[in-house]
Design a protein around this ligand. Structure first.
Ligand SMILES: Cc1cc2nc3c(=O)[nH]c(=O)nc-3n(C[C@H](O)[C@H](O)[C@H](O)COP(=O)(O)OP(=O)(O)OC[C@H]3O[C@@H](n4cnc5c(N)ncnc54)[C@H](O)[C@@H]3O)c2cc1C
Length: 212
């Protein structure tokens, strides 16, 4: 079983040592004429991506623990200003937003979604630990390493990808497939330990805060 349900994953998998938070992200879709015409995506601190029909996608805002699902004009402005730092011609898109005719929601649209992150901003990919067994053996596991932890056979996770899910998902899937098949991993062990879903349990064991 592979738990891959983002914010719900820790609850679904019954993990107590999986500190996740939510980061709101707002995207902006600029209508034709509202942004300089681009022939290629431009990506840096923010991004501007030309879509079909003259629409330009810019993004994205980054708001920790903000649950608001509706679009905000301030978020659109923030996205455009970030792109304008790379492409100064986008300053006129900010002026477009300010124009009374364009201030309504119909002129500039977008989307809001929520990134799932851990407290160390790394994803939770791999074989899940058996937290009940580890808690029972907490005293012995105080100085444990990742390899010493009891694992839940056949139980894996892939969540908390934060802002990098599209980039990292295939590598994460390959790591899990390798663990299941007993094949060489596509990552060095220390990198895999950096995204090990058991790393917060391991830290708690070392701190002596896991009660048996
Ligand atoms: C605004 C924004 C911009 C982004 N930009 C980029 C980018 O430029 N590059 C990049 O690589 N990544 C980007 N990301 C991140 C990327 O979108 C996420 O990392 C990726 O979607 C995470 O994939 P996921 O499958 O882990 O979670 P999600 O895509 O959130 O999927 C989780 C799924 O679990 C389902 N689910 C929840 N609870 C349950 C349950 N109890 N039972 C069954 N199913 C359940 C949900 O319905 C959902 O379908 C961005 C994210 C946002 C919000």
């Amino acid at each position: 079983m592979i738990v891959a349900s983002a914010h719900e994953a820790a609850r679904v998998a019954g993990l107590r040592h999986a500190p996740t938070r939510s980061i709101r992200g707002q995207l902006t879709l600029l209508p034709p004429g509202a942004a300089p015409s681009l022939s290629l995506p431009v990506i840096g601190e923010g991004y501007a991506i030309p879509l079909p029909d003259g629409v330009t996608l810019t993004g994205a805002t980054y708001e920790l623990d903000d649950v608001e699902t509706s679009l905000r004009p301030a978020g659109h402005l923030e996205n455009i200003e970030r792109v304008a730092q790379m492409l100064p011609a986008f300053a006129r898109s900010a002026a477009y937003l300010d124009h009374p005719d364009h201030a309504d929601a119909a002129a500039v649209t977008g989307r809001v979604a929520f990134r799932c992150v851990t407290s160390d901003r790394m994803p939770m990919i791999g074989n899940i630990a058996d937290e009940t067994l580890a808690a029972r053996d907490a005293e012995r596991l105080r100085g444990a390493w990742s390899l010493d932890l009891p694992r839940a056979p056949g139980f894996h996770s892939a969540f908390a990808y934060g802002s990098r899910g599209l980039v990292w998902a295939a590598l994460g899937a390959e790591l899990i497939a390798s663990q299941i098949e007993g094949e060489p991993w596509p990552l060095e062990r220390d990198l895999a330990e950096g995204i090990d879903p058991a790393r917060f349990l391991l830290r708690a064991l070392r701190q002596g805060s896991v009660v048996g």
